[in-house]
Ligand binder design. Structure first.
Ligand code: SF4
Length: 422
């Protein structure tokens, strides 16, 4: 979502006459669009602010803006801590940056109040010339006890289905072939009579887009109807990112996740029995307050049973202001690190085995360009959101979809042979 917002902000600034420069040293305005979800992300911003201060000392007219979640969380406190920051704009105020820079009446250098967002305006963004993002809803009403998002992004608000369909059609006119629908919890999307499965159907049937992806899902809200729509609509890619967080019911309850491991397993069973092929990825947290060794083992057991294709894995870090910040952060740091390392090792092995299962299958990859390591290979993204590398005798344009027979795989990448297209 931050990538999408950054891209929209860039477009907004360019429309107002600003120009993007390649080297940050040459910029008159440096913008940090920030994340608060983990302590490390905020520490990194503070570190980077310290680094860029040297440019500002040499070129005092340079302005520095911090926008997004960290700006929302800290507000004035950020300027007290880092006085050379010129503008601090919270999550609802990001797109007002051009007005703020120009000192337009009613704006001020620090703005964090909610309720100023114009939900009638939808701002699709292009990630590349062939792929784009459309934010379908903002904010979250779930208040998972470890998570800062509802506090920094506010309550859930949805864009109308008409706006979303219109925005995607506009992206298609600009040459975009794949769109990702974004929301903190897309499964709880509702605008009037339109819920998320209906929205997906409308996007699949009412726009010329070739491929549709979405993020992120919540296990308590992912419905069987949504899975049915995925089975019925070939434009919807067969990848579901479904954050599990823990395999232990007591920890899930303490996290405020409102589902049990049994419910999660049932959902996975429905997904796998309904879709011919699906890639399933997840998020996992280890070392949540009071998590015992035995409860951590339940997460490992769940990972072994479910066999995710990929996972983002973290050790718990306290976010001030959340409910869990009041819990005793009692799992020793070395235990958290040990639990995380063991989980990563297990998931790597399973991820590789899952990728091996793709060998001999034909996947359809959307070409993204050359492999990062060698121009001998093209890089494409499969239906399951996996990267596949392959050679081609003829030049391929980014955004083209090509059939590739998978010939080998490691934990992170597939390799294959491009098949002849008639
Ligand atoms: S669903 Fe939970 S983890 Fe996800 S954004 Fe909302 S509060 Fe945070």
């Amino acid at each position: 979502m931050n990538l999408a917002d950054s891209s929209t902000l860039t477009t907004t600034l360019i429309t107002r006459g600003y120009r993007r420069v390649d080297d940050e040293k040459d910029a008159d305005l440096l913008i940090f669009n920030t994340c608060s979800v983990r302590e490390k992300a905020e520490e990194r911003v503070l570190g980077r602010l310290g680094e860029v201060y040297q440019y500002k000392k040499k070129r005092p007219h340079m302005k520095i803006a911090v926008v997004g979640c960290m700006a929302q969380r800290l507000g004035e406190k950020l300027r007290a801590e880092v006085p050379y920051v010129d503008f601090v704009l919270g999550t609802d105020r990001v797109f007002e940056l051009p007005d703020v820079i120009e000192g337009i009446e009613g704006t001020s250098p620090v703005m964090t109040a909610f309720g100023h967002e114009n939900m009638d305006m939808i701002m699709p963004s292009k990630e590349t010339s062939f792929s784009g993002f459309v934010t379908i809803s903002r904010g979250c009403d779930n208040y998972c006890t470890y998570c800062i998002v509802p506090y920094v992004r506010g309550k859930e608000r949805a864009h109308s289905a008409d706006q979303i369909v219109g925005a995607i059609s506009k992206l298609v006119d600009e040459g975009v072939a794949e769109v990702t629908l974004l929301g903190q919890n897309v499964n709880s999307y509702r605008y009037g009579d339109t819920d998320f499965p209906r929205l997906l159907e409308r996007v699949a049937t009412g726009t010329g887009i070739q491929r549709i992806r979405y993020m992120t899902s919540h296990p308590k809200d992912l419905s069987e109807r949504l899975v049915d729509v995925m089975a019925e609509q070939p434009k919807v890619m067969q990848h579901i990112h479904l954050p599990l967080q823990s395999g232990c019911n007591r920890i899930l309850r303490r996290m405020g996740r409102v589902y049990t491991i049994e419910h999660y397993l049932k959902t996975v069973e429905y997904i796998r029995s309904t879709l011919d092929y699906v890639s399933l990825t997840t998020d996992l947290i280890v070392g949540f307050p009071s998590e015992t060794d035995e409860e951590y083992e339940q997460t490992l057991a769940a990972v072994r049973t479910i066999r995710f294709d990929g996972a983002f894995m973290f050790r718990y870090s306290v976010r001030p202001g959340t409910t869990a910040a009041r819990f005793d952060d009692d799992v020793a740091e070395e235990d958290k690190i040990d639990r995380l390392n063991r989980l990563i090792k297990l998931q790597q092995q399973i991820g590789e085995e899952q990728n091996q299962r793709e060998v001999n299958q034909v996947r359809h990859g959307m070409v993204e360009g050359f492999s990062r390591r060698s121009e001998q290979y093209y890089r494409a993204r499969t239906e399951g959101n996996k990267i596949v590398l392959f050679e081609s005798q003829r030049p391929l344009e980014s955004g083209t979809v090509v059939p590739v027979r998978i010939t080998s795989a490691d934990a992170y990448t597939l390799h294959g042979d491009m098949m002849r297209v008639n």
